[in-house]
Design a binder for this molecule. Sequence first.
Ligand code: NAX
Ligand code: ADP
Ligand code: K
Length: 505
Amino acid sequence: MKILTPKQTRELDQFTIDHEPIASIDLMERAAQKCMDWIISNIDASSYYIFCGTGNNGGDGLAITRMLDPFPYNKKAFLIHFSDKLSKDAKLNYKHLKKTDAACLSQIDFLEDIDFNQIEPDAIIIDAIFGSGLNRPVEGLAKLVIEKINELPNKVISIDIPSGLMAEYDESYAGSPAIIKADITLTFQTPKLSFLLPENSQFVGHWHVLDIGLLAEYIEEQKETHVLVEKDYITSIYKHRLQHSHKGNYGHALLIAGCYGKMGAAILASKGCLKAGVGLLTVHVPHWGYNIIQSSVPEAMASIDRSEMIFTEFPELNGFNAIAIGPGLNKKKNSVVAFENMLSKIEHHSLVVDADGLNILSENKHLLNKLPQQTILTPHPKEFERLAGSWKNDMHRLKILKDFCQQYQVITVLKGAYTVTCMPDGRCYFNTTGNPGMATAGSGDVLTGIILALLAQNYPPDKAATLAVYLHGKAGDKALLQESKESLIASDIIRNLGNAFKSLN
Ligand SMILES: NC(=O)C1=CN([C@@H]2O[C@H](COP(=O)(O)OP(=O)(O)OC[C@H]3O[C@@H](n4cnc5c(N)ncnc54)[C@H](O)[C@@H]3O)[C@@H](O)[C@H]2O)[C@@H](O)CC1
Ligand SMILES: Nc1ncnc2c1ncn2[C@@H]1O[C@H](COP(=O)(O)OP(=O)(O)O)[C@@H](O)[C@H]1O
Ligand SMILES: [K+]
């Protein structure tokens, strides 16, 4: 699903109004009705307090209040009068509500006009103060109201966007002093970019996209800049195995991993790779790791370094079509030299660099220029900071990420919740699978193995990265059916890769 900018969202609204065609007030009615349908099906409460602004988001809130009328709920709507200029459709809905149930509606000029003590703790608060039209930090009355709502114990449902949160902002934006902390956000048609950034998860809560019938034609025409990766996209890139295929069809991968004390990383990455369908796997390990890898991963072949403890050389690369380097490696000088030599020998191979491979790049930045185009780097945020520098906020981090990928023509998988895979042309794919149980030792090693397997199977690097990230998260989600977030370990992700693949059928 494409993520639209606020400007595109406005254009999409207008496109729908012009081409469906539909009057803007009827579109608001449809949006409010979708919110109502969701609330009625999912929420069990007897009282609703609806806080409305003066723009169209407030108009949605006023329409929702009216739609609550036939139901046996207590309801009260507050029009937060921070501006005298009600939008045209908010004004119409204001009049409409006044006609239907004037008693439930109060205009609020001062914070004291609201008796917050009357709000029962189990009542639902609906936040329709600001939506996608927010263009500056919230001040004055609206700020006071937002702060007060955040102090209440009540469940808050935000309409379209938690009030005070920008759908998108630039690196210089220091944030609003007041933003609603929603439990649930019901957003229209497409998610907003800011929902996917870690710093905003405290505001957005669980978010749901409501299809309000804005025209797909417009969305299809937009460039794929920010994409939310869901099952439909993944099934469109997933390649089914052919009946008469053999292991030669699924590539020969080389994994360079492990050192004295860190052979587990090599094992986890190897198993991830094998379980993701590679035809043949060779693991290059220090001499000391020979017995370990051969007995732990009998399906893999071993290539043995002359060094007892660390990576110092690599096998002839001709026989391999994809290479991964990094899990459990180390950063000693001889390993850096071997890495640099290997980069100069790479021709047609697809390459993944993880963990200490990334740390070597951070400490020897000239090597970044030697990476083959479309190399996949898989940093967690700390590794990315070492590679590309620090950031002021998460939107700034996204900008640094795009600049980095463009400068070095690499694909970067920045790991976390909503792992983002950024392409050399700046396109960013946000993953939707995975859970906090996956924040555990070795989980990233498994991902490296999966990416390697998909590269070996000839997936183009951009697709290999997005598909691997999705499958890795899905395997983690499947593992959570038997485990808790605390007990989940990297081996559980490996064990559930089969279930993750099956979920694509
Ligand atoms: N346009 C459409 O067709 C639809 C719009 N819908 C709703 O409309 C919303 C967008 O409506 P609007 O564009 O009117 O925007 P908002 O409802 O977010 O209102 C913002 C209004 O407040 C002003 N403002 C912005 N930042 C402010 C601040 N910090 N302090 C004080 N005033 C501020 C703006 O100038 C604008 O007048 C969406 O989020 C959605 O809820 C839905 O009804 C669906 C259809
Ligand atoms: N809260 C979370 N939600 C979803 N996925 C997560 C979460 N935390 C971690 N992960 C995933 O787990 C993996 C952790 O990788 P990494 O930090 O490299 O671990 P390690 O270095 O121990 O192997 C990444 O793929 C990341 O996206
Ligand atoms: K809102």
